[in-house]
Write a protein that binds this ligand. Structure first.
Ligand code: FAD
Length: 342
């Protein structure tokens, strides 16, 4: 159909290794589309440690996780990569002509001769409420993210969690909600002090409730929540009437749909050869934390090397009639033109 996006290389995962793959691919004339189910670029560096310093990137004595991502973005800008964020790569199949067709959970369809899996430890997904009845309410009265704020106007909301997401949504939704309760397992918060202070002021003014404890049960009718039971640290239970629960317990990584793509797996990692980091499926490569081979080190610098070698073979799938000539960026005007510096 007309909605299919055709490109040279589909990269699953916009972490540091997927980003550097765009650079190596770009030097060889290959265009890339990246898919990541996070709402931001940078994988673990951006999601788990944006402010922590990294000391072992070659020739960069020190930079934070976010700085590394920003520098990679600057380095790949000349190659104009396309990003599909907040989309999970869900279905991968081979076309009759040997190329691959990837579909995301948002319905985006991409086709390319090369697919690079740079998926780290898998998709970042929200930690769910560990209660058997939770699934029944999911999507109608229990949510793990806010897509459209207006959906929650006039609702009697209970928010669970103690980090920035929980506090930000308490403050943003309180003015439009019919009622607001925040539940956290202890009376200390990881969120920005300013947000915590604003929340405490709303509680003092009687405009919302703060309950310390853990959600122990959800009650309701059909898929509609009516009330939530909260168990305090002293063992007492509190029943909070509400019609909407938003839980922000942070993110975890899980392999997800990739497990069903017929790739050789070794304990949730994808087995590759070390000549080209190709999987058992021709044209599908795996680089970065997700790949495994004898001697593999889960370091960013290893993923950079894997990206460079992977592209040498990917070139053959993209341009079967062309000969690949080895060139340096320092001396090749052809490469410098691609980089926009010549
Ligand atoms: P990731 O960074 O994990 O990114 C993978 C991305 O793929 C994720 O954003 C995920 O959402 C996405 N994804 C997965 N599956 C799908 C799918 N099906 N659809 C869509 N998207 C998907 N390394 C170092 O070298 N030096 C350090 O000092 C260092 N410090 C660290 C400190 C901490 C606290 C942590 C947690 C890690 C550290 N690491 C360090 C490890 C380093 O962050 C990883 O090696 C690196 O992030 C791996 O990069 P990647 O591109 O392979 O994958």
């Amino acid at each position: 159909s007309e909605d299919v996006i055709r490109t040279d290389m589909i990269i699953i995962g916009a972490g540091p290794c997927g980003l550097f793959a765009v650079f190596e691919a770009g030097l060889l004339g290959m265009k890339c589309h990246l898919v990541d189910n996070l709402d931001k670029i940078g994988g673990q560096c951006a999601e788990l440690y944006p402010d922590k310093p990294i000391y072992d990137i070659p020739a960069v004595p020190r930079c934070t996780g976010q700085e590394l991502v920003d520098r990679l973005m600057e380095q790949i800008r000349p190659f104009e990569p396309a990003f599909h964020l907040k989309e999970q790569a869900s279905d991968l199949r081979r076309l009759e002509d040997g190329r691959w067709r990837l579909e995301t959970d948002a319905g985006t369809v991409l086709e390319a001769p090369v697919v690079v899996i740079a998926a780290g430890a898998g998709s970042f997904v929200p930690r769910r409420l560990p209660l058997p009845e939770a699934e029944r309410f999911e999507g109608t009265s229990l949510f793990y993210a806010v897509r459209k704020m207006d959906q929650f106007r006039g609702r009697n909301i209970l928010i669970a969690g103690g980090g920035d997401s929980a506090l930000d949504w308490v403050l943003n939704l309180q003015p439009i909600a019919a009622g607001m309760t925040l539940v956290h397992r202890r009376d200390e918060f990881r969120a920005a002090p300013d947000s915590v202070e604003k929340m405490r002021r709303l509680v003092a003014e009687g405009r919302m409730r703060l309950v310390i404890g853990q959600i122990s049960a959800l009650d309701g009718e059909g898929d509609r929540i009516r009330s939530v039971t909260i168990k305090g640290t002293d063992g007492t239970s509190t029943l909070v009437p509400c019609d909407t629960v938003l839980a922000f317990y942070g993110l975890k990584m899980e392999l997800g749909p990739i497990a069903g793509w017929g790739l050789n797996l070794d304990r949730n990692l994808i087995a590759v050869d070390t000549a080209a980091f190709e999987t058992n499926q021709p044209g599908i490569f795996a680089i970065g934390d997700i790949c495994t081979y004898p001697g593999k080190l889960k370091l960013i610098l290893s993923g950079f090397h894997e990206a460079a070698l992977m592209c040498q073979k990917a070139f053959k799938y993209c341009f079967p009639e062309q000969k690949l000539i080895f060139r340096y960026t320092t001396s090749s005007t052809d490469l410098q033109k691609k980089l926009g510096v010549a």
